[in-house]
Design a binder for this molecule. Structure first.
Ligand SMILES: Cc1ncc(COP(=O)(O)O)c(C=O)c1O
Length: 440
């Protein structure tokens, strides 16, 4: 616990950016669910079985077997985390001038696509950009939008569809299996691959089980496998669903793409049987994958997110609906309507919540969206959100109560919240390191 005075100093020192706070100054840390989950006793036991040989570690083969068994992909290249895999797949598949359609951008994913010379084009359904739409599958692809894009640019200019399950930037919103099947049919027609960002695939599977006709009696495990079977490869940040503090991988079904990937990984990550990870990390990941597809685990995980979300909804706080899989997203445009988007409302709101209670959240709006690579203008995304991201197996419902109380307190005093101006803007992924000052 810290005092308000201490927090005031800390947030000014951090340039009103919650990424720049020291964790010791944070009480409940909802910055991210990435690498912040608690490993189980089994995973910790696995850490003791690390085979730290440079090449051909036993743990690599356990990881490979877990990925093949639970996800069904044929070939795998471990990477230090998700963006390592994004770098490799973008370098292999994207040529300058290419178009990469996807169901809403993700920060690191789009940056790697752009650095490889591609342009990301959003093909998610319109409902995803509306925080109040209660569409059960706001992660769905608009297949008509995709088909017109293919007609305009030609299939040769589209190396793959960048398809996320549990769309992070939309509020952790799922895609339906019906939609993925439709996408598979369309892409087969044009010979286009689907690369799956499977970072939170198990959470997506839970929503399919609960909301899609015909899946209520299916296991999370079988739904996850079915999703993966409709795609050609995947990038994974195992720091989320797969319950590890560090790790990721690139999975592919095509042997020649795999051969290119296993060659490139040597430059950026490490040999193709460790990809920047210790043997013990790969063991923990193999066990985490198994635990992540357990029906009881995923129900408890998403249930805790729903618990917090329902508390906020009861208090009439504007959040993204329906409640997503990995966090609650406050709608800053509705929370602080007196601030213009260029005054960074979500950034300011995240700082205010920290100031109130030491609860750390993060911005997912104009700062995260960055600038258009051709015009250099800010993107002005429809969604201006503060993300309260829940780590897995870490907090109790009592912590969620503290969080809900603090958000309500800030909501009561919302009219006093001032905007920010950006005083330092790094070139890449600015939300991590940008600094701000309060507008007087
Ligand atoms: C949807 C999604 N894709 C990719 C990534 C990148 O993964 P990592 O942070 O492990 O590099 C993340 C996490 O930040 C994510 O949430």
């Amino acid at each position: 616990m810290t005092t308000r005075e201490e927090r005031q100093k800390a947030i000014i020192h951090a340039g009103y950016n919650t990424f720049l706070l020291r964790s010791r100054d944070v009480y409940v840390d909802l910055l991210t669910d990435s690498g912040t989950s608690a490993m189980s006793d089994r995973q910790w036991s696995g850490m003791m079985l690390g085979d730290e040989s440079y090449a051909g570690s036993e743990n690599f083969y356990h990881l490979e077997a877990a990925i093949q068994k639970y996800y069904g992909y044929r070939y795998i290249v471990p990477t230090h985390q998700g963006r390592g895999a994004e770098n490799i797949i973008s370098k292999i598949m994207i040529k300058p001038g290419d178009i990469v359609p996807g169901n809403m951008y993700f920060t690191t994913t789009r940056l790697h696509q752009e650095l490889a010379g591609g342009t990301f084009v959003d093909i998610i359904i319109d409902e995803a950009h509306d925080s109040q739409s209660e569409h059960p599958f706001k992660g769905n692809v608009n297949l008509e939008k995709l088909e017109s894009l293919i007609k305009v640019y030609g299939a040769k200019k589209i190396p793959y569809i960048s398809l996320a399950t549990s769309v992070n930037m939309a509020g952790g919103q799922p895609i339906s299996l019906e939609n993925i099947r439709g996408l598979r049919k369309l892409t087969h027609q044009y010979g286009i691959k689907i690369i799956h960002d499977m970072t939170r695939v198990a959470e997506n599977a839970y929503f399919i089980k609960m909301r899609e006709t015909g899946y209520r009696n299916k296991s999370i495990r079988s739904i996850v496998k079915e999703i993966c079977s409709l795609t050609d490869g995947a990038t994974m940040s195992a720091k989320k669903d797969a319950l590890v503090n560090i790790g990721g991988f690139l999975a592919l079904n095509d042997k020649s793409l795999y051969e290119e990937a296993s060659n490139l990984v040597v430059i950026y990550e490490g040999l193709h049987t460790y990809g920047g990870l210790a043997g013990r990390d790969m063991e923990a990941m193999a066990i985490g994958i198994t635990e992540s597809v357990d029906d009881n685990h995923i129900r408890a995980r998403v249930g805790q997110v729903e618990y917090l979300g329902n508390k906020l909804l009861d208090a009439k706080i504007p959040i993204v609906k329906p409640i997503g899989g990995h966090g609650i997203f406050l709608d800053a445009k509705k929370f602080v309507p007196h601030l213009k988007q260029i005054q960074f409302p979500a950034q300011s709101l995240a700082a205010e919540i920290y100031l109130d209670s030491g609860v750390r959240t993060m911005e997912r709006g104009i700062v995260s969206a960055g600038r258009n690579k051709d015009t250099d203008d800010h993107y002005y995304p429809e969604l201006e959100l503060v993300r309260l991201t829940i780590p897995r197996r870490v907090y109790t419902q009592a912590h969620m109560d503290v969080v809900a109380e603090s958000v309500q307190e800030v909501f009561t005093n919302r009219k006093k919240i001032k905007g920010l101006k950006m005083v330092y803007e790094p070139k890449y992924l600015r939300f991590f390191q940008a600094r701000f000052q309060k507008i007087k």
